[in-house]
Design a protein around this ligand. Structure first.
Ligand code: MN
Length: 207
């Protein structure tokens, strides 16, 4: 059975950028519901119940057709939120460093340019979904390859894990992520969210 991971910080740790009430509802209600519905979807599926959710989502062809959409919705909802809590931090205004910032500069030109493209994608993603910074899997040993970073959008609770990509960073642009504080002002939410990005965690995933 899957369980709801605790928030790695206090509900108010992301204030004033993301408010305490939003975090309580988002974690305790929305994320919890994805976990409950994932567990009820997988009743009797012992093999799947014993795998990490990331493995299931990375191998959707192994999921029976009759529960495939439910696994994408609720399994994705669980994995995406568990990831989202970790790539934010109460230690505000961090900056990317080391090989991560080198790769960002190499791919996008600069951190500012990267943030512009990512924010634009998050602003214009229609409906509910996520925008991600992803890394393509390492090339086979012995093959020289440049690390490939990319920005991708997914709808609903779909995840780049299902396309074989490695998520480094993501923003939730479902209205439930920002409506209580920002109402329909998604642009303001995105701008504020950059202040709580846990760049140390992003860098660890990149490495
Ligand atoms: Mn959400």
């Amino acid at each position: 059975m899957f369980s709801l991971p605790p928030l790695p910080y206090a509900y108010n740790a992301l204030e004033p950028y993301i408010d305490e009430v939003t975090m309580k509802f988002h974690h305790d209600k929305h994320h919890a519901t994805y976990v409950e519905k994932l567990n009820s979807t997988l009743i009797g599926q012992d093999e799947l119940l014993n795998k990490p959710i990331e493995k299931i989502l990375g191998n959707l062809h192994k999921v029976p057709e009759n529960i495939l959409q439910a696994v994408k919705n609720f399994g994705g909802g669980h994995a995406n939120h568990a990831f989202f809590w970790k790539i934010m931090s109460g230690q505000h205004n961090q900056e990317p460093q080391g090989q991560l910032i080198s790769a960002i500069n190499q791919t996008f030109g600069s951190l500012i340019k990267f943030q512009e493209i990512f924010s634009q994608k998050a602003t214009t993603l229609f409906g509910s979904g996520w925008v991600w910074l992803v890394k393509s899997p390492s090339p086979p040993t012995g093959v020289e390859g440049q690390v490939k970073l990319d920005i991708v959008g997914t709808v609903n609770q779909d995840t780049p894990l299902s396309d074989g990509k490695i998520p480094l960073l993501a923003i939730d642009v479902w209205e439930h992520a920002y409506y209580l504080k920002y109402q329909n002002r998604r642009v303001e939410y995105i701008k504020a969210w950059w202040n709580v990005v846990n760049w140390k965690e992003v860098e660890a995933r990149f490495m």
